[in-house]
Design a protein around this ligand. Sequence first.
Ligand code: HEM
Length: 565
Amino acid sequence: MVNDRTVVADKDASISSRNSGMGHSRLPSKSRLLTIPRKQKSLVRMACFESTCHANRNRIEAVALQQRPLRESSRSSFHKHNFLAQFAGSASHLMLLLPPRVSSPGHWLQGSTYLVRRDPLRCIPKWFEEYGDLYRITSPLGQATMVGAPELARQVLVDRYARYQQKSRAYAVLRILMGNGLVTSEGEFWRGQRKLVQPAFHRRRLDALFAMMVDRVTDCVERLAPVAAANGALDLAPLLSQLTLDIISRAMFSSDVQGAAVDVSRHIAALNEYALRMLRRPWLFLLPRRIPTPFNYAQYLSLKSLNTIVHGIIQARRRQPEAHDDLLSMLLSACEEGTGRGMTDEQLRDEVMTVFVAGHETTANAMSWLLYLVSQHPEVEEQLLAEIGGRLPEGGLKPDNLGAFSYVRQVIEESLRLYPTIWSIGRRCTAEDELGGYRIPEGMNVVVPIFHFHWSDRFWPEPQKFDPSRFSPARRPPPEPLIYFPFGAGPRNCVGNQFAVQELMILTILFHRRYQFRLQPGFTVEPDPLITLRPMGGMMMTLGARLPLSGSRQNTVPSRNFARS
Ligand code: HEM
């Protein structure tokens, strides 16, 4: 019998998956299974570690712990390949082999990680097809397990999140800017911070920020009027990035420090670009940041100025703590239950930076993708305009009106399915675990590629089609299985989720009410998966006054956007 706990050591078998659930299992034939001899019964509780014989690693498929005799020939090969068997004491938990390792040639030095870095949107789903719902990519710096089934993703992000709450190495670059804020912190410290920060994003707080959001978006729309009058084109990606940074800085600091907020925005935008450059050239991580290369020095200066400004604002607020209706005053007044302790200046600085960084580029990119998708689908645009025209109240948008724009919301949800701006989540396993029949050792990076769940035809009919009606009340996917989670899942989900949706709704309504957006002829759109999924080379669009809608463009997303052929 072969089940999740079965150990299969088949030296000729190709890698096959045995993950539970929706995976496609390619199990080897029964005659090829190795089982463990009765006299090794005590070894039933053994730990079967990865073969030290490199060439054989990938051939060993999973670990059998059936109490049946081992065939002689197989037994010798079992020993020959030097499994490290250990008693696991009284633990009844069976320890299994590591997930199959991707054997694509990759890079002579960087291994399969190199391919993932070059073209993750193509390789990651392809390898799920080849290896099943769990596989490993390797590089000399470490290895990572990719998780591709909803129930396994739920184990990592929700059920056993405590074992996977450390952030993976990729988050190191974010620490430069965010310090030990909510996105990058771990363990008890994170739990305490989450309790302090969460109330700042309560529904009532968002209502208080609503008028400011409408005001900033309206101002931006007005400034675009000359471009639209000339039927001109512009790159909407930096424009939206500026706008969302403006919104988050006003949400954070209200209006009393807008001069400083502009500087904060400028430095954050610059540091964000440094972080992206580091991700594109990972060898920059090897250079200590103290070496004064031009790159490091520019980064150091920006960071220093930023810290000076933010600490200045925090101290001024501490000196004059009269009520401000903004996120900073919420963070300043937040206290731990029981102790009544608030945040130190350093903690405040890190949380301010975290909210700035996490809360602007994500939303800006989401809006770029939404404008692009709507521009390609006239029938969606028509329905969107009908709703906006029919439901926009005379006195302008108010928090209570947003609920009436159900189609706008569906368009946002479907855009985030096709272009989840946080396209993957990385964790590090802190205590040995078993996932889908494989062993996940302590220290292993575990990656949940959100986009794979959103794009897979295992979970969605015609997944490449842009079809907002998937999120209509009759059709919207239930929370289980976990196949749609643009804002993450479990205790570490996005704290700014509702902030983002509110902002995106205001943007969608006010932008489309006023202008028609069309991709500039000849401009090619391609996703660039770095920290966020952003449009490579921006989003060049022409703006025009609204015209009667016509055309027969296909209701599908061009495939080049998803996979480079
Ligand atoms: C479309 C926009 C957004 C998307 C797609 C998005 C997505 C996500 C995702 C997937 C996570 C989980 C990351 C992980 O598990 O490692 C996350 C976390 C987070 N997001 Fe967002 N986000 C968006 C907007 C925002 C906004 C507007 C804010 C703040 C104003 C924000 C603040 C945060 C913070 C602080 C965390 C860390 C939460 C924690 O670990 O406790 N996000 N976001």
